[in-house]
Write a protein that binds this ligand. Structure first.
Ligand code: PLP
Length: 443
């Protein structure tokens, strides 16, 4: 039994046989057992150290085991672990006030959830209740979560395994992006496209348009200048609510507290999770504008969770925000993000397999391309087609750099506390790892 077996081998074995792992075939390779972690680094049971250049699931913005955050959670646990959502609680009220102050425009009141999907579910339910309409426009290159409604909004191919999807009224539009062409400023993919979709759908039946401010997992897709503002204008023209999903990019990931600050747009509803407390305790938030809060004074909130506003989670977020402010974490994300961008631009010059880079702040993607400039790996490529991308990720991991890949894009998103030395180390490892993609291009 685990309690008597020496060593750590049983941990991976028990996981393999008794833990069902997200989005994976359960016959996959044995998981890595993580035995220690601090700051931007984690250590496996074989003693290998990894620079976590993905912040786990792009949520661990303050890095692993931040001592002040761990201490604050311990203190909150002593004060209040749980009190039901209808009671007022100090941690919950403090966090609501913090979010009111931190978010731009009239975003003012929060429904607290257990994560990003639940925040998007609540956003849609609120938009439908407030407008009395039922349709929702979402984009193809998107991920909004794995619960029924959030998965229906999701455009990413993870939805295929769950089809037929169960939430009626979700219609899709294209993204400001062309595969291989990067981010485009093309009316075919912006407000004019939305306007056309709305014509066919009957704008009077559409409650909301939901989009990631900067697309994360299916990107990065940085909207071209004016894109989000023009989407906002189309929404306003038809009385449609705009929901910005900042589950991944909220709380400093892009070098500002919220992504919307960089695009001069205030949505009616902002959803967030992940970086709100660096994922130390499950938490998400659906933050609504004062005009929506006012409507909700007279109709029942169409959302509720046993753990809505969980004090331990809210207390951890209050502490996390305080740490981010006092340690200049958002400023660091902007500074180190610029350093990472410069380094990646140099890699683009040196590696024929790198077609370009995309991103903002500390969320970047490297586009791997073939000799003709088209994506090196096709959308949903087979393992054989994906081999060059897999080889880059493997080479990086062997050198102690933990990175991700989606199709032809190498994904990078280090903790926001990353140092200049760690950025430089990651760049030098990437320089070596990308040679494997260059070989596939035939150079
Ligand atoms: N929205 C976006 C943009 C995300 O990146 C994610 C998770 O990766 C979600 C929603 C879902 O969040 P969760 O996994 O906490 O439900």
């Amino acid at each position: 039994t685990p309690s008597t077996e020496k060593g750590t081998d049983w941990i991976a074995r028990a996981h393999r046989d008794h833990v069902l792992t997200s989005w994976s075939k359960q016959s996959g390779p044995d998981p890595i057992t993580v035995v220690d972690a601090a700051g931007c680094w984690f250590v496996d049971s074989n003693g290998n150290r990894y620079l976590d250049f993905l912040s786990q699931l792009v949520n661990l913005n303050l890095g692993h085991q931040h001592p002040r955050l761990v201490e604050a959670i311990t203190e909150q646990a002593r004060k209040s672990c749980f009190i039901g959502p209808t009671f007022a609680n100090e941690a919950r009220s403090r966090l609501a006030l913090e979010l009111d102050a931190l978010t731009p425009g009239n975003l003012t009141s929060s429904f607290f959830t257990t994560g990003g999907a639940a925040a998007n579910e609540a956003a849609i339910a609120i938009a439908r209740a407030v407008t009395g309409r039922h349709k929702v426009v979402a984009r193809y290159r998107s991920y909004h979560g794995a619960s029924a409604g959030a998965m229906t909004l999701t455009g990413d191919s993870r939805r295929w395994g769950l089809e037929p999807l169960t939430t009626p009224g979700v219609v899709r539009m294209l993204d400001p992006y062309v595969p291989g062409g990067g981010n485009v400023d093309d009316p075919r993919y912006s407000a004019a496209h939305l306007e056309e979709v709305l014509q066919y759908e009957n704008p009077g039946s559409v409650a909301a348009v939901i989009m990631e401010t900067v697309t994360g997992t299916n990107g990065p897709i940085v909207p071209p200048p004016g894109y989000l503002k023009s989407i906002r204008e189309v929404c306003d023209r038809h009385g449609i609510l705009l929901i910005c999903d900042e589950v991944m990019v909220g709380f400093g990931r892009l070098g500002t507290w919220f992504g919307i600050e960089q695009f001069d747009v205030v949505p009616d509803i902002l959803t967030t999770a992940k970086g709100i407390n660096s994922g130390y305790v499950p938490l998400g938030a659906t933050i609504v504008g004062a005009h929506i809060r006012d409507v909700l004074r007279d109709i029942a909130l169409p959302a509720g969770l046993t753990y809505a506003g969980h004090p331990l989670a809210c207390g951890s977020a209050v502490a996390s925000i305080e740490i981010m402010k006092s340690e200049g974490v958002v400023e660091n994300a902007a500074t180190q993000g610029a350093r990472l961008q410069r380094g990646l631009e140099e890699l683009t010059q040196r590696h024929p397999s790198v077609g370009g880079i995309r991103g903002l702040g500390l969320m970047w993607g490297i586009d791997l391309v073939g000799a003709d400039g088209s994506p090196l790996i096709p959308f949903k490529g087979t393992p054989e087609q994906s081999a060059p991308g897999l080889a880059v990720v493997k080479a990086a991991k062997e050198r102690g750099l933990w990175i991700g890949r989606q199709d032809s894009v190498i994904r990078l998103a280090p903790p926001l506390i990353i140092t200049a030395d760690e950025i430089d180390l990651a760049l030098s490892i990437l320089d070596e790892a990308l040679v494997h993609a260059d070989e596939a291009v035939g150079v």
